[in-house]
Design a protein. Sequence first.
Length: 80
Amino acid sequence: MSKFDEIRATYPAIGFAVYCITPGDPVTLEAYVNTDDLPFTWTGPTLEAVLDAAFPAQPPAEPEQEANEEPTAPTTSAFD
């Protein structure tokens, strides 16, 4: 199964459009969360690059912080 197919299976409520009009030009990925709103859009050199931008790999869980440590910033989603 391709990464794109895995993402589609993981997020069945999101509609996707992927296109590259002119060969060699950048690839565009659009994610339609709500059909009444504009899509979230990413452009990059390859499909893999735009999928990585839209759905970044989740970092491994961090160990619990000590009480005197500063909290780490939460990982942001491309949809934030």
